[in-house]
Design a protein around this ligand. Structure first.
Ligand SMILES: [Zn+2]
Length: 482
């Protein structure tokens, strides 16, 4: 994520009254057989959270999703969405029931492996009780039919995320949560999965999502847009943008390019910035290693509520304000850097957010250095001399949930990366970045693992450096070669 201007990136909103609590209107089928212990197994309900210390309710326990197939129909005129989500998962415990995250919306029917399953809502959780227990290690498929008026989620600290109804369509976007406002999901980056998304909208509107465009078809005044993300993706990186958009398509290095700019904006800086996406990606490839995904692109939205850009997988979404002052490749470098750091190499826990934002901030400095508009050392020096005491008091690797997107995570995170570069020298530093991207590709990783890779690749002991930069509560000494 990149914020448009310091301090105003995340909009604070009044608490939203989210619908969806309570019972569903339609009668539910009785399970064919009661879940029962078989062969000595004890089946128990999966946990309502995946165990993230900062966000205990995010995600769920007891299973691992491999693939989502989400098909939604949305009419901007009525703001109604209907959908089916097929969740292919593997049980990691013997489950008598399991949770999915779903905010608002009404569930009509759930099946597990084709058999009707009981379902109930507990606030933003959907609790599914299959007809028979699910055995650890076995795959299962849940299909959920649902619908209603989607609403964004209000986060008391971080602002809002999720489905926003716009004047011409909708935008589903947000970090650290968004996906559960439009489909049932294991909503935590530690459970990545592949996605096939189909969006049916009134003919004439564009509907964009992640990954490779798989064509579109028209029927009865509606158009279905098909998208496929075949690399594992964290749920907060999923997006849907519907509306009147100027689309540019092409091909680069054998991969499709698909970019879209809201027609509310006259053709200009936003289009020009999107057109430089592959050039920026090629530069980042030279420092981070191969581009990790099968498609390129970007979407520029014109909605005053989106005052940030988010690295939605293979196709970042940018608030229009980034381009008010003209072409802006800095923000493109930031969001594309996340394709390696954040998207391919993902967090295991939200506390480690600096791994995403520190490296993406540093990518902006590297891009400026590459373009000759300023060195990373100069960017570091300005911040080292001029940062506030609050930045030094907030350790980027332990920011606290209320500081998840604080200046320390971004700027001191970027300074930490530069301190590493100074300490080990350029050849080892760039080897570390490439090793990190390659070894953790399509996976999840932690700060401790980053430190371990940096020490192994450089052959240097770096614990003191990282302790001061990532965990200290005062300004570390200026970095020097060790
Ligand atoms: Zn970012």
């Amino acid at each position: 994520m990149a914020r448009m201007r310091r301090g105003v990136g995340l909009v604070t909103v009044a608490a939203l009254g989210l619908a969806g609590c309570g019972s569903d209107p339609e009668p539910q089928p009785a399970p064919a057989t009661a879940p029962a212990p078989t062969a000595g197994r004890q089946f128990a309900p999966g946990a309502a959270g995946i165990g993230d210390a900062y966000f205990p309710s995010y995600g769920n326990g007891g299973y691992d999703v491999g693939r989502y197939t989400v098909k939604v129909r949305y009419d901007p005129a009525t703001d109604r969405l209907t959908g089916t989500a097929t969740v292919q998962a593997t049980a990691t415990a013997d489950l008598s029931a399991f949770h999915l995250d779903l905010a608002g919306l009404t569930v009509r029917k759930v099946t597990v492996d084709g058999a009707p399953a009981r379902h109930a809502r507990e606030a933003d959780e959907l609790v599914v009780t299959p007809a028979a227990g699910l055995t650890a290690g076995n795959g299962f498929t849940a299909e959920i039919s649902y619908g209603g008026k989607p609403e964004p989620l209000a986060n008391e600290v971080l602002g809002e995320g999720g489905w926003l109804h716009t004047t011409d369509g909708a935008i589903a976007l947000g970090q650290p949560e968004s996906a559960s406002t439009w489909f049932p999901v294991n909503d935590h980056p530690s459970d990545k999965a592949t996605y096939d998304v189909e969006i049916t909208v009134p003919k004439g509107l564009t509907a964009v999502s992640n990954g490779v465009p798989k064509g579109r078809s028209d029927a009865d005044g509606w158009t279905t847009w098909k998208w496929s993300e075949a690399a594992p993706m964290a749920s907060y990186l999923s997006t849907v943008v519907i509306g009147d958009y100027r689309v540019e398509t092409g091909e680069h290095k054998g991969r499709p390019v698909f970019s879209a700019v809201s027609t509310k904006l006259g053709k200009g800086a936003a289009d020009a910035s999107m057109a430089r996406t592959t050039e920026v990606a090629d530069y980042l490839e030279s420092v981070f290693g191969p581009y990790p995904f099968a498609a390129y692109g970007g979407v520029v939205v014109a909605d005053e509520r989106i005052r940030y850009a988010l690295e939605t997988q293979s196709r970042p979404v940018y608030g229009a304000g980034f381009f008010q002052g003209g072409e802006n490749t800095g923000v493109v470098a930031h969001e594309l850097a996340h394709q390696w750091f954040g998207n391919s190499v993902s967090l295991a826990k939200w506390q480690d957010i600096w791994l995403n934002e520190g490296l993406a901030t540093y990518a902006e400095w590297l891009w400026a250095e590459h373009r000759g508009t300023g060195t990373a050392q100069a960017a570091f020096d300005r911040r080292y001399a001029g940062s506030s005491s609050r930045l030094w008091q907030t350790p980027p690797a332990e920011p606290g949930r209320q500081n998840l997107f604080s200046e320390s995570v971004y700027q001191r995170g970027g300074m930490t990366v530069h301190a590493l570069r100074v300490a080990v020298g350029d050849p080892a530093f760039f080897k570390i970045l490439k090793a990190w991207a390659a070894e953790k590709r399509n996976g999840n990783a932690t700060t401790d693992e980053f430190v371990a890779v940096a020490e192994r690749v450089s052959g240097k002991q770096l614990d003191k450096l990282f302790a001061a930069w990532l965990h200290g509560t005062e300004r570390p000494p200026a970095p020097k070669r060790i």
